[in-house]
Design a protein around this ligand. Structure first.
Ligand SMILES: C[S@@+](CC[C@H](N)C(=O)[O-])C[C@H]1O[C@@H](n2cnc3c(N)ncnc32)[C@H](O)[C@@H]1O
Length: 269
């Protein structure tokens, strides 16, 4: 595992849901509204995590079938518990070598995953392989380079001020391709056609500081993984720095935004 990726812990579904699942559940319908798929299609979801997008596809798109795939058994267990629907199969798998028949899917989607895959070009080639002629491929990633996930940006800003080595672990440095140009370029190189990229932005408001801080102490994801790797005194200093620097609403809430870039494209053979 690359050094900067050592905190990418994708195991505990409960912890993930508190840190990221709460926001990925909110962005999933915005993505599907933009993609505007027909009903009755065969779907594949790559990197389903705890099932945020899977549940939204089932609720809004009336799929004929949905295979939702992830390498993390812990996340899959949580997804199966979260989403009970006979149209979905949650299966173990790797985006870089999909255990899915070629040319068998009408919709191939992926939410907040591409940047975590070591060989993203291979993953996109696999998404293309399993898609039917005329299929739609869609994916989205957070706007890391633009600091679009404000709760992460605030975390890493504070972390870097206390520990300059944290700069190499922050997602803005690790995932510079997560821009409209970078993503459109990747999609074009993968042979996708009619490539479109859009911004999806939503509020991410924390009730109070505890609501903001607690998920970072659960260890699921790069920033929480880093947080829990710190010695208790260093973690305390980081917590205090954040507590004293975050914006506050009149009611003590912490108003932030989260922004993603979404790509939609077609497969033509
Ligand atoms: C930020 S989570 C997103 C999960 C979910 N799609 C969501 O929107 O909440 C990243 C996910 O990518 C998965 N992942 C990491 N490497 C992967 C790979 N090589 N193939 C497929 N999924 C992968 C992780 O297990 C994790 O579930």
């Amino acid at each position: 595992m690359a050094e900067a990726a050592r905190h990418d812990a994708w195991r505990a579904g409960d912890s993930y849901d508190l840190y990221m699942g709460r926001w990925s559940r909110q962005i999933a319908p915005l993505f599907l509204d933009w993609l505007d798929p027909a009903e009755g299609l065969d779907w594949l979801e790559v990197g389903c995590g705890t099932g945020a997008l899977s549940a939204t596809i089932l609720a809004r798109c009336n799929p004929r079938s949905l295979v939702s795939l992830d390498p993390s058994e812990g996340f899959l267990a949580k997804a199966r518990a979260n989403v009970a629907d006979e149209r979905v199969a949650f299966v173990a798998g790797d985006a870089q070598a999909l255990s899915v028949e070629s040319g068998s899917k009408d919709m191939v989607v992926s939410a907040l995953v591409l940047n975590f895959i070591p060989d993203k070009e291979k993953a996109l080639a696999e998404m293309r392989r399993v898609a039917r002629n005329g299929a739609t491929v869609g994916f989205y990633v957070w706007d890391y380079p633009g600091g679009g996930v404000e709760f992460m940006r605030a975390f890493w800003t504070a972390a870097k001020a206390l520990d300059p080595a944290a700069a190499d672990l922050a997602e803005d440095r690790r995932f510079p391709f997560c821009t409209p140009d970078g993503l459109t370029d990747l999609a074009g190189k993968a042979g996708f056609v009619a490539v479109d990229c859009t911004k999806i932005e939503m509020p991410a408001v924390f009730r109070d500081f505890e609501d903001y801080w607690h998920p970072f102490t659960l260890g699921a994801g790069p920033a929480p993984g880093y947080c829990m790797s710190l010695a208790p005194e260093a973690r305390q200093r980081l917590m205090e720095r954040l507590r004293d620097s975050l914006p506050r609403g009149e009611d003590g809430s912490i108003p932030m935004k989260a922004r993603a870039w979404a790509v939609g494209a077609k497969i033509a053979r």
